[in-house]
Ligand binder design. Structure first.
Ligand SMILES: [Zn+2]
Length: 156
């Protein structure tokens, strides 16, 4: 390992942390931040939570000190985009689910996005997925409600 690979350290000022972080055990012993190397949970690429990024995250953005990075930068950005989009689906649903409940395209896209979100370490929203699957199943029963009975003459 050459010198460039040595973890870089940045002095920590825990008095700048969030109130919750100040009550943590880490408050007593954190004197500096060091680069943290990890593999992205989703794509397995090597990533670094740099010392200076940690200082900004915990002292400026006041993130909880126990928060850990599990996604690399590109995956984290994509996961953020997904969470914004999911919130948009929730809003649309809250505003007009009476209309959207029969909109198969909407239901499918929402379900796909929920499934995709799980690959970015989002909590699995099983209840919502089941609701969408049931909704979709009911819609397909409605859609095929007039299907010809077996053996009926088919035009053509
Ligand atoms: Zn990644």
């Amino acid at each position: 390992m050459n010198e460039r690979d040595e973890p870089k350290a940045v002095p920590a000022d825990p008095t700048q942390w969030s109130e919750k972080s100040k009550r943590s055990v880490a408050f007593e012993f954190t004197r500096e931040y060091e680069d943290i190397r990890y593999s992205c949970w989703r794509c397995q690429s090597e990533a670094v939570f740099s010392a200076s990024d940690q200082k900004h995250t915990f002292e400026v953005r006041k993130a909880n000190i126990s928060q850990q990075r599990i996604l690399c930068e590109p995956c984290w950005k994509e996961s953020h985009r997904i969470s914004v989009e999911l919130a948009h689906y929730d809003e649309q649903w809250a505003a007009s689910n009476a209309k959207l409940r029969t909109d198969s395209a909407f239901l499918n896209q929402w379900l796909d996005l929920l499934t995709l979100s799980e690959t970015y370490a989002f909590k699995h929203d099983t209840a919502k997925k089941n609701m969408l699957k049931n909704r979709r199943r009911l819609n397909s029963i409605h859609a095929t409600g007039l299907r010809p009975v077996a053996g009926a003459d088919v035009e053509g």
